[in-house]
Design a binder for this molecule. Structure first.
Ligand SMILES: Cc1cc2nc3c(=O)[nH]c(=O)nc-3n(C[C@H](O)[C@H](O)[C@H](O)COP(=O)(O)OP(=O)(O)OC[C@H]3O[C@@H](n4cnc5c(N)ncnc54)[C@H](O)[C@@H]3O)c2cc1C
Length: 582
């Protein structure tokens, strides 16, 4: 059977445009469905066989032996996001007749083509159905030979259907409220793990109520995640999402040469160099590979990419590279402690599992400092966002949004959001951008017409009932305050290190940055180092435990330096192994 001209070849579906997804790569959609329904098993088998022979290359053929069973199938297909192109239904069936079934079926798939299989005696019913349910066609049994009596009719109907139905997104769908913190977390988590999803906003998407009803969930229990196989998760944790989406991974062996904590650029580089140099390597990450860099919309100062590359791209490439060399990845697992144990260093995960390693590299980076003003905690993810410019971009289309901060991260977010928002106001504490932002970025911001810069401006309060409604801005020079309407405030105001989980086991400075190398002796106090030799270059006060990237005191807080430190830390791991005779 020729492929109807308007029907895209499956190989092209990857490139289909997809609004409201967290990621550009679209999973190949399943074939649209032709559902055949007949209570006579022989007829059902024959019709399904003939339809499959004619159309099986481009459509999935499904069978049901009663109207009730067919409705059950349709409900599941609706929930799993499948498309039904055609229903070919026997008129005379016990229970629901073909027409009665179609009356119900069109509430689920109103655009599917409908054809009745009738005997001569049923033609009156078929003609009535043409008016009642806008039946597209009726076929009188038998249909032999199908090349003459079945295929031309179905070809016509399917051609018509495919002309107006581009392939649907066939991935995870998240149904939730724009202003729900839990919905934001689920979307951000999937986006950062590069899992495509379709966002279905309860307040604006007409599909939302129907989908919730099919899932049997009320709208006060969102977010609801519907997976392509029809599995439904209600208000899930990120760990649950990770398990069902198949992104968690598991540790293959109890003892590793090297465990790396944190999969930002430093951890990913350490994994690539560790695994490629022959160390059995495990990388543990509590959220998503990429770390802060994964949130960067365009990194322009990374060696070898003159046009820049997105953080998402960098992390995807690095993850693939680490895996190709044999590094294992555990995602959505946090490390909650490290301790010396017999036979190695014990690394304890959030679920209580302890793994052993000869060496550990801590590359847990930093995260944005919280906005310490009245209202900010309650409105987090309800209009106040920390570094989430990429995943929230589609929600702020056409709005006037605010950004606090003046470093490169704030600048990148402003440029990125200015392409969707009506207006972007940057609130800058100082009197210019030059002290904190790269020159090229500052110039681009100043040349972007819908970005305003407000200097000497700090946020002193945020407020709103369900979500952010206004922000109070203080002028640092005059001390005067103005309260202005606002819907989204993106916060980029410096960072604090992720070292609280170390529980004092590893020496840090007063702000929590890890001391390494010579700093261990000079800054760690008298008891910090007890061996005869000096600490190695990136070694902490705990022999065999190293630190790399932003979490390390004195690091440069750049992607390239984090990558360099990750690679260098692996080299010192080798020195440590040699000193221990490993
Ligand atoms: C929006 C943005 C834009 C930026 N743009 C640029 C740029 O253009 N150029 C540039 O050079 N730099 C840029 N930076 C800075 C750069 O991204 C960082 O310097 C770099 O990511 C630091 O890498 P890292 O691996 O040390 O730490 P991070 O990237 O912070 O990664 C640390 C990882 O450790 C994980 N982790 C933390 N605690 C635990 C735990 N207990 N268990 C398991 N995992 C844990 C975190 O989830 C995180 O994934 C940008 C930063 C941001 C936020």
């Amino acid at each position: 059977m020729p492929l109807p001209s308007a029907f895209p070849h499956p190989a092209d579906w990857q490139a289909a445009s997809l609004p409201n997804t967290g990621h550009l790569e679209v999973p190949v959609a399943d074939k649209p469905i032709i559902l055949t329904v007949d209570d006579d098993p022989e007829v059902l088998q024959a019709v399904a066989r003939d339809v499959r022979r004619g159309f099986g290359e481009h459509f999935r053929i499904m069978r049901a032996d009663s109207g009730a069973r067919a409705l059950e199938i349709l409900r599941k297909l609706k929930l799993s996001g499948d498309q039904v192109a055609l229903m070919l239904v026997d008129q005379r069936m016990p229970g629901l007749t073909g027409t009665e079934f179609l009356v119900e079926a069109i509430t689920l798939f109103p655009e599917a083509k409908k054809s009745l299989l009738t005997a001569y005696a049923d033609t009156d019913a078929a003609i009535a159905a043409i008016n009642e349910i806008r039946l597209d066609h009726y076929l009188v049994k038998p249909w032999d030979p199908p090349e003459q009596r079945l295929y031309p009719v179905l070809d016509d109907l399917l051609d018509d259907w495919t002309a107006t139905h581009p392939p649907e997104f066939h991935g995870i769908r998240i149904i939730g409220h724009r202003w729900s913190q839990e919905s934001h977390v689920a979307r951000d988590f999937l986006a950062r793990n590069q899992v495509p999803y379709r966002w279905i906003d309860l307040t604006t998407d007409p599909d939302a109520p129907g989908l919730l009803a099919l899932a049997g969930v009320t709208d006060d229990r969102c977010p609801v995640l519907v997976f392509p196989d029809g599995q439904v998760l209600v208000q899930p944790t990120t760990q649950e999402i990770a398990s069902v989406a198949g992104i968690r991974g598991h540790a293959e062996v109890p003892l590793y040469d090297l465990i790396i904590v944190g999969a930002g650029p430093a951890g990913l580089a350490a994994a690539v160099y560790g695994a490629s140099e022959g160390l059995s390597t495990l990388l543990v990450e509590r959220e998503a590979a990429g770390g802060q860099a994964g949130q960067s919309t365009r990194i322009e100062n990374y060696l070898g990419f003159p046009a820049g590359l997105s953080g998402e791209d960098l992390s995807r490439r690095a993850t693939t590279q680490a895996k190709r060399f044999g590094a294992e990845l555990l995602l959505a697992h946090s490390v909650e402690g490290i301790k010396h144990r017999e036979g190695g260093i014990g690394v304890t995960l959030g679920d209580g599992t302890t793994l052993l390693a000869h060496s550990v590299i801590v590359a847990t980076g930093v995260s944005y400092r919280r906005l310490d003003v009245p209202g900010a905690d309650a409105l987090t993810s309800r209009g106040v966002y920390y570094g989430a410019a990429a995943s929230e971009a589609s929600s702020v289309r056409g709005e006037h949004i605010h950004i606090v901060g003046a470093a490169n991260s704030a600048g990148q977010a402003a440029l990125h959001l200015s392409t969707v928002a009506k207006r972007v106001t940057m609130l800058v504490r100082g009197d210019g951008l030059s002290a904190s932002m790269s020159h090229y970025l500052a110039e681009r911001i100043m040349a972007t017409p819908n970005i305003d810069l407000r200097y000497s401006a700090t946020v002193s309060a945020v407020s709103g009932a369900e979500h952010l409604e206004s922000i109070t801005i203080r002028d640092a020079q005059s001390g005067s305050e103005t309260t202005e309407p606002a819907t989204a405030l993106f916060v980029f105001i410096g960072a604090s290190p992720h070292t609280e989980w170390l529980n004092g086991q590893v020496a840090c400075d007063a702000k929590g940055f890890i001391l390494t190398g010579a700093e261990v002796i000079s800054g760690g106090g008298g008891n910090a180092w007890r061996l005869d030799r000096d600490p190695l270059l990136m070694e902490t006060n705990v022999p065999g435990v190293f630190a790399a990237g932003d979490v390390r005191l004195g690091s440069a807080k750049r992607v390239a330096t984090a990558v360099g430190e990750g690679a260098a830390a692996v080299m010192t791991v080798w020195q440590y192994r040699a000193s221990m005779g490993l």
